[in-house]
Design a protein around this ligand. Structure first.
Ligand code: NAD
Length: 486
């Protein structure tokens, strides 16, 4: 059975998951047409919820909160274990859904989008098992308690991964929740809701309301009975959520945009620094918030960097996401495709030097939102392609004369999410890392660490996900003071 037959079979496409049941929307909020970006053809129509559905889901989460918050951590860990196992058992179903709803190459969906999403569940389970919910500070007892009902809003670029990065720590903390995934990628979210049901999540602990940002997202943000809202998305949406949330003084966690630098220091081995830098910028077709899209390189070695970067881009096989050998599928949707094309045009207009790629689709791909892996060199910090998040396969190479200037360029952005530093001398690289204003700095391309806190400085957001910090996002702090027993 294909993932679509599977979803149709249970009438999931017409339902929301509220209070442990698959319900038809109470509001007539219409449908979202899911488009396969590799063909531009509609593949599914998904029912959207409205404000009344948000009320129903929040009420269910509120009713479920006290009993769920009171469950022993070991019971919550058992639920997380079952969720983890089911995601892995259904990995192929998830990979197919992700590939069709946002265009990920199937090999990439199988190797990264699904297993890394499952890792967030495992990490939350492990951290929960060891977490000190009660500590003493002198005579005062410090309790860490679940914050309450959480609204979780996720984007389309890593749909399942962004869901588990929020749901897993919220569950571990003892919170209940309403998830609103991106209306552009709701299929993997429906499969995830099934996993929650089949894993035995008590009714109301996890609810799914599909919907768009202005209706369902805004209703969740302003809802008086939601204690916390966590959004991953654009800085624009993050600001709107914070504004809508302000009157109810709920906690707001924001994981937003990025324009991450990759500083290649003068002592770096370019053959080890440049090709993985190109791969990292282009990973997931450049649709990762922390993609290192500004490669900051020593000016006297620019020609070598350009040659290595061009060769690395030539390794990228753009094509049908389900075909063997494809490393990169299309951009995820039409709006994003048009944005990428507009930014490539802006780079050319502003006089950046095109190394490879450029406007339009790759040769032989007439249909589908396929973009050409594009690298500009000699990019100046004032250019739009150096300042604005593109969220597509476009890399800007920016030369510097001194390390001082390299750090300045790295920090010359309103964002501060990820950063990379390459260098032979680790102490020197660490010294540069210390000067970069970003939430995560990678030196010499380390392995992904699901326990490393992730989040933004500046307009990249507020709060941290992953690891212990990700769990603590969902906790309140209570100090209990009592006179000493005499
Ligand atoms: P988006 O902002 O358009 O949408 C993100 C989510 O917010 C969607 O679910 C959307 O429906 C919802 N939303 C939109 N307007 C809203 C509103 N007014 N109120 C409430 N919710 C609203 O972003 P996108 O295009 O789906 O994702 C791409 C963006 O996400 C990029 O800017 C990227 O950098 C960012 N992103 C950040 C991270 C991170 O961890 N920092 C991770 C992935 C993506």
């Amino acid at each position: 059975m294909t993932f679509l037959e599977h979803l149709r079979c249970g009438e999931r496409l017409q339902r929301l998951f509220i209070d442990g049941h698959w319900l038809a929307p109470a509001d007539d909020a219409g449908t979202a047409i899911v488009v396969d970006p590799s063909t531009e053809a509609p593949i599914a129509s998904v029912a959207l919820g409205g404000a009344r559905d948000v009320d129903r889901a929040v009420a269910a989460a509120r009713r479920a909160f006290a009993p769920w918050a009171a469950t022993p951590p070991a019971a919550r860990a058992r639920l997380l274990d079952r969720v983890h196992r089911l995601i892995l058992e259904r990995a192929e179903l998830f990979a197919q859904a992700l590939s069709h709803e946002m265009g990920a190459a199937i090999a990439y969906a199988r190797a990264a989008q699904v297993p890394l999403a499952a890792e967030h569940i495992r990490v939350a389970r492990d951290n929960l098992a060891a977490y000190p919910f009660e500590t003493a500070r002198g005579a005062t007892t410090i309790l860490r308690e679940p914050i309450g009902v959480c609204a979780l809003i996720t984007p389309w670029n890593w749909p399942l991964y962004q869901i588990t990065a929020k749901v897993a720590p919220a569950l571990a903390a003892g919170c209940t929740m309403v998830l609103k995934p991106s209306e552009l990628s709701p299929l993997s979210a429906l499969l995830f809701a099934e996993v929650m049901q089949d894993a035995g999540a008590p009714a109301g602990v996890f609810n799914l309301v599909n919907g768009d940002g202005p209706v369902v997202g805004a209703a969740l943000a302003s809802h008086p009975d939601v204690d916390m809202i966590s959004i991953t998305g654009s800085t624009r949406a993050g600001v709107l959520v914070a504004q809508a949330a302000a009157a109810t003084v709920k906690r707001v966690a924001q994981e937003l945009g990025g324009k991450s630098p990759n500083v290649i220091l003068p002592d770096a081995d370019l053959s080890r620094a440049v090709p993985p830098g190109v791969a990292a910028a282009m990973r997931n077709v450049g649709q990762s918030c922390s993609a290192p899209t500004r490669m900051i390189v020593p000016r006297q070695r620019l020609a070598e960097v350009d040659a290595l970067a061009r060769a690395a881009a030539a390794e990228i096989a753009v094509g049908d996401p389900r075909a063997a050998g494809t490393t990169h599928g299309p951009v995820a949707n039409r709006a994003q495709f048009e944005r990428v094309q507009a930014m490539i045009a802006a780079g050319l207009e502003e006089g950046a030097r095109l190394l490879c790629g450029g406007p339009g689709r790759p040769e032989g791909l007439e249909r589908g939102f396929y973009a050409r892996p594009t690298i500009f060199s000699d990019v100046r910090p004032t250019m739009r392609i150096a300042r604005e998040e593109i969220f597509g396969p476009v890399l800007a190479i920016m030369p510097y004369d001194t390390v001082e200037e390299a750090v300045e360029i790295a920090n010359a952005t309103e964002y501060g999410l990820g950063a990379h530093v390459q260098g032979a001398d680790l102490a020197g690289a660490r010294a540069v890392a210390a000067r970069i204003r970003a939430g995560q700095v990678h030196i010499n391309y380390p392995a992904w660490d699901p326990n490393a806190p992730f989040g933004g400085y500046k307009r990249s957001g507020n709060g941290r996900e992953y690891g212990i910090e990700g769990l603590e996002e969902y906790l309140e702090t209570k100090a209990v003071l009592a006179p000493p027993v005499s």
